[in-house]
Design a protein. Structure first.
Length: 299
């Protein structure tokens, strides 16, 4: 064979396959949407490549040589594999088995991941989810190393080289036990709010100051923060057994028995949450399906 794999035109194999099936240059040309002279020219190139006539003419068309018959099955296999290679595999969530790694804060676990997992387990039980902490400083590197596939962050911390989708805008509310004196009509005023001991949900941990204190400072007011926690998990339990109140994102207050949610007595700036992902997974069918599921379950 004079032509090696580096120079072989795959269109020649398509022509050979058509000729073997049709046993006619005219019908092969029609099947390939080519002219008869074009197919005849490609047949000449095939003969040179394989150093064999490949077909001989008869009154009823052309018949393959033994060499052509030997090539029939391998050629069909090659063409089928190339076709499969060029077409992305169909994604079936019900039978899919894969792992997706999501970087999320403690807040995003409850606000986004909980409803996402409820839907995922019903529709795609074979997909595993690994949750890892958000590291804004190394986010791009984590995506490039395939350490994470998706991250739930704020727009301000999103690198410019990532794909992004806005999920929602969050607002702050006051959370306190249902029997707290401030739950009575007219109980939660700016004065009573500032006089009350507060529990602070601190993302970084150890801080006794947050967005509420910044807003109070603009009004020349302060409050007393006597507890700072970096995980929301323990905060509801503490509020149920104490007179502490806490300003928290509204989405964290769902399904918390024994606690009341009140609007704060001052204007507080909220924040937005977005999902970001890398070009590496942008077009993958499985990852696209997972992202759409997360978007649809985030309300």
């Amino acid at each position: 064979m004079k032509t090696d794999i580096r120079t072989l035109d795959l269109n020649l194999l398509k022509t050979l396959d058509a000729l073997l099936d049709e046993r006619s240059v005219t019908r092969a040309a029609e099947r390939l949407s080519l002219t008869q002279p074009a197919v005849s020219g490609m047949l000449m190139r095939l003969r040179e490549c394989f150093e064999d006539p490949l077909f001989t003419r008869t009154q009823r068309g052309i018949i393959p040589t033994l060499r052509a018959l030997e090539l029939a099955e391998p050629v069909k296999t090659i063409l089928a594999e190339v076709t499969e290679l060029l077409q992305p595999k169909a994604f079936d969530p019900a039978t899919a088995e894969m792992t997706i790694r999501i970087a999320a804060t403690d807040y995003a676990l409850r606000a986004v991941i909980v409803p996402f997992m409820a839907a995922l387990r019903l529709q795609a039980p074979g997909i595993r989810v690994a949750i890892v902490p958000v590291n804004n400083e190394s986010l791009s590197a984590q995506f490039e190393r395939a350490d994470i596939d998706l991250a739930l962050i704020t727009p301000e911390s999103a690198p410019n080289d990532l794909h992004a989708r806005m999920l929602y805008h969050e607002e702050y509310v006051c959370l306190l036990r249902q029997t707290h004196p401030l739950t009575l009509p007219g109980g939660l005023t700016l004065d009573s709010f500032c006089a009350q001991d507060h529990a602070l949900f601190s993302y970084v941990g150890g801080s006794f100051r947050g967005v509420t204190d910044e807003a109070l400072a603009a009004l020349n007011r302060t409050r007393r923060v006597t507890l700072s926690v970096c995980s929301f998990l323990v905060l509801p339990e503490i509020l149920r057994v104490s007179d502490l109140i806490s300003v928290v994102p509204r989405r964290l207050t769902r399904d918390l028995p024994g606690l009341s949610v009140l609007p704060p007595p001052l204007t507080l700036p909220g924040f937005s949450k977005i999902a970001v992902w890398h070009e590496r997974t942008h077009r993958d069918a499985g990852h696209r399906w997972l992202r759409e599921l997360l978007f649809s379950t985030t309300i």
